[in-house]
Design a protein around this ligand. Structure first.
Ligand SMILES: [Zn+2]
Ligand SMILES: [Zn+2]
Length: 216
């Protein structure tokens, strides 16, 4: 006959001694991958449990997937720090936690002054069985009609407000960074007029060239 299962208790928080970090439900953590050559797994802690003596601590987690771990694989618009919140739940030993990290909303991530090692972002929920994303549609930009990759520099048209990749408007990144004004192809005749007007009133136009990211 099987032994009755030892009663388990839920912990509000737990200090992972090896890294001297206190974790609690809701935190995002990096966990040791199955193969050392792989990047750390990223998970959100749902619950922390221990046995009645407070030992054998386990964390109930919800996995974040990296784009390359998804069925569709990494796409051009996926950022280097992009993660998908999956529907894949798991229970792991708390000892496999290697560190804490922050998974930002897409909007907050694009506002970061500098992206640290432990900064990630998530804009999609991911169904690990079907490979489907939620939302399944996002805004697209540029002539190439791609969702925004926050790692890429884009320039904004002062007239239509669309954003463009320098390469798609036959410009180098360096040239794009030096732009004071930019009007896309379809707006350029209108743009020239506006530009002349603004110069005649000697208004200093704020720069519309957004470098978006400064990497550490
Ligand atoms: Zn483009
Ligand atoms: Zn335009």
């Amino acid at each position: 006959m099987a032994k009755p299962k030892a009663p388990r208790q839920t912990l509000d928080s737990y200090t992972v001694k090896r890294i001297n970090k206190t974790i609690k439900a809701g935190d995002c953590v990096l966990m040791r991958p199955s193969e050392p050559s792989k990047p750390s797994y990223v998970a959100k802690i749902e619950k922390i449990e221990a046995d009645s003596r407070g030992a054998n601590v386990k964390v109930h987690v919800r996995w974040y997937y990296r784009p390359e771990e998804s069925i569709g694989g990494r796409r051009q618009f996926h950022g280097s720090k992009e993660l998908f919140l999956s529907d894949h739940f798991d229970v792991q030993s708390a000892d496999t936690i290697e560190g804490k990290c922050t998974v930002h909303t897409f909007k907050n991530y694009t506002k970061l002054d500098a992206v640290g090692n432990d900064d990630y972002f998530c804009r999609f929920d991911y169904n690990s069985t079907t490979g489907a994303f939620n939302p399944d549609r996002v805004a697209v930009y540029c002539k190439c009609e791609m969702p925004y990759n926050p790692d890429d520099l884009m320039v904004q048209c002062e007239n239509c407000s669309d954003w463009f990749h320098p390469a798609c408007i036959e410009m180098t990144t360096e040239e794009a960074k030096k732009l004071d004004h930019f009007y896309c192809e379809s707006c350029s005749s209108e743009g020239q007029k506006k530009l002349q007007n603004s110069q005649s009133t000697s208004k200093v136009a704020e720069t519309k060239v957004d470098t978006k990211r400064r990497r550490r």
